[in-house]
Design a protein around this ligand. Structure first.
Ligand code: FAD
Length: 502
């Protein structure tokens, strides 16, 4: 028969952190928002290591910071890396940047089953019509090709149709909706890895106060993460070449344990540990983690947020940050258009420009970081050396990553970015050599690393964002992009920048 039909201002597809962020901020502004999630929460997801700007910036803006604070998540003061030439791990502390000093100098390691549920429940409490076990299986388009709604099937297999002014695709890396925005997904030739991961009880901890740090350790065949989720539970994963995927699929446990055995420091951390073999954490999982970006982040009444839009290799724990940050940007743009304050073109150009800029900075940082590992006789590391790979492939993806909207020359000119890759690579390598050693108490010595332009770019924007989440803005900040917009005082929409005073 006919589907059950209704209308809303905005439909958000996906109940992950990206979806919950955009949905909450739209409902806050008084719009009718339906958020559809195919699973019944709590559901498993990978991506457990968070960044301070998510916790202190976005979560505060969402009004969920107290709940997150009381959830008992592991404090993360930074990361420990066994990377580059030095065999001794060095520490990266959030507190090293002045903006993060004091209260904001930490993030959390989270069980995503808990974290995502808190965000989704918060969305519902703030007025979002959240429907779980509701799978979106199609869009509705008008004669111009604009998406004017979606179809979904609920838990009782009843078909529904919702007409809406905007559809946000926050349905993650397996999205089938993103193409309706008008673009296509392009994969980086450079970062095409596969991850195999599982969970262990009673793995070792670094001495306090760094016991909550993520450990990332390079070894010949790739690198491993070691994320303490509680005093006893640890998430452990190996990131390896994609050509190993088939083998991993056939022998997941054997493969994970093989890599643990090959990675000296992780092997030691797990020497008294036992693998969890029951329940959700008993499963060993595999995910390809190819970096990709869509050629368009918005169009035809659709907006892409989080993994539905783009994804970058997990070594710096940026996935949830990009998902929630893009959720904030998307909500500002939709709020501005629905309020009649500006055209779609103006509002979403700001969304896409800022989003691509953030992605581009991480992409550059990442490339430099991968290039730092100097195992010349390892296929994995050699294949990912920036200096080795095809300039044409690199140029194509870099120009996509940066996008045409970013006002910054250095981010729109692929040749310049490649030059900067090489420059920042050298600086990172040099810094790592100078600052070897378990740098737990001072952290200061890693200051060299933060002196590089590329790291400063990343930190500055995240710091500004975190500060904005905490104290809002008086509307006097300059636009981030040439000719661009600034956040409104409440942080929920865009405003034209104040005219420059002479
Ligand atoms: P998701 O969290 O994937 O949420 C999408 C939701 O949409 C899901 O709940 C799904 O059920 C739902 N959905 C899908 N299709 C439909 C449909 N048709 N209808 C309704 N609902 C639907 N990030 C970090 O920040 N830190 C890390 O340490 C980290 N480690 C990672 C390690 C690996 C190996 C990988 C692959 C990724 C890692 N990430 C990490 C990235 C992180 O997992 C993602 O970036 C993040 O989960 C994206 O959030 P999202 O809201 O965009 O999508």
């Amino acid at each position: 028969g006919q589907p059950v039909s209704e209308t809303a201002d905005v439909v958000v597809v996906g109940g992950g952190p990206g979806g919950s962020t955009v949905a909450t901020l739209l409902a806050r502004s008084g719009h009718r928002v339906v958020q559809l999630e195919k699973e019944s929460f709590p559901r498993y997801q990978i991506g457990e290591s968070l960044l301070p700007s998510t916790i202190h910036g976005v979560c505060r803006l969402l009004g969920v910071d107290e709940k997150i604070k009381n959830a008992g998540f592991m404090h993360k003061r930074g990361g420990s890396f066994r990377w580059g030439k030095n065999p001794v791990p060095w520490n990266f502390l959030f507190a090293i940047s002045p903006e993060f000093a004091g209260e904001g100098s930490y993030a959390y390691q989270v069980e995503r089953m808990k974290f995502d549920q808190i965000l989704l429940e918060n969305a519902a409490e703030q007025g979002v019509d959240v429907r779980q076990r509701s799978r979106v299986n199609g869009t509705i388009t008008d004669e111009t090709g604009r998406v004017t709604g979606i179809r979904y099937v609920d838990a009782d297999r009843v078909e529904h149709q919702i007409d809406a002014k905007f559809v946000v695709d926050a349905s993650g890396n397996t999205t089938r909706l993103s193409k309706y925005a008008g673009g296509e997904r392009i994969y980086s030739d450079f970062f095409q890895n596969v991850a195999v991961f599982g969970y262990f009880e009673n793995g070792k901890r670094f001495p306090a106060p760094d016991s909550g740090n993520i450990l990332c350790a390079a070894f010949d065949e790739g690198w491993m993460w070691y994320i303490p989720l509680s005093d006893t539970l640890t998430s452990v994963g190996a990131v390896i070449s994609r050509d190993k995927a088939e083998h991993v699929l056939n022998a997941q446990e054997e493969t994970l344990l093989h890599y643990v055995d090959r990675c000296e420091i992780v092997k030691d951390m797990l020497s008294d540990a036992t693998r969890v073999t029951e329940g959700t954490y008993g499963e060993i999982r595999i995910r390809k983690d190819y970096s990709y970006a869509n050629t368009q982040f918005w169009g035809n009444g659709m907006v892409l947020v989080g993994d539905a839009a783009c994804f970058i290799d997990p070594v710096f724990s940026t996935g949830v940050h990009l998902a929630t940050y893009s959720g904030v940007l998307a909500a500002r743009s939709i709020n501005s258009v629905l309020a009649g304050a500006m055209t779609e073109e103006r509002a979403f150009t700001e969304f896409e420009g800022r989003y691509r800029r953030e992605y581009a900075v991480f992409y550059e940082f990442l490339s430099a970081f991968y290039d730092m590992e100097q195992s010349e006789d390892s296929y994995f590391w050699k294949a990912r050396k920036v200096t080795n790979f095809d300039r044409n492939d690199m140029t194509a993806f870099v120009s996509l990553v940066a996008g045409a909207y970013s006002g910054e020359q250095a981010l729109t000119d692929p040749e310049q970015i490649i030059e900067r890759f090489s420059a920042s690579t050298a600086a990172l390598t040099e810094a790592a050599e100078r600052t070897g050693g378990m740098d737990t108490d001072s952290g200061q010595r890693m200051g060299h690393l933060f002196g590089t332009q590329v790291v400063r770019d990343v930190m500055e924007e995240m710091n500004a964002f975190q500060a904005r989440g905490a104290v809002g803005t008086d509307g006097s900040e300059p636009p981030l992009l040439d000719g661009g917009l600034v956040p409104s005082a409440d942080g929920l929409s865009w405003a034209e920048p104040a005219p420059a005073t002479v």
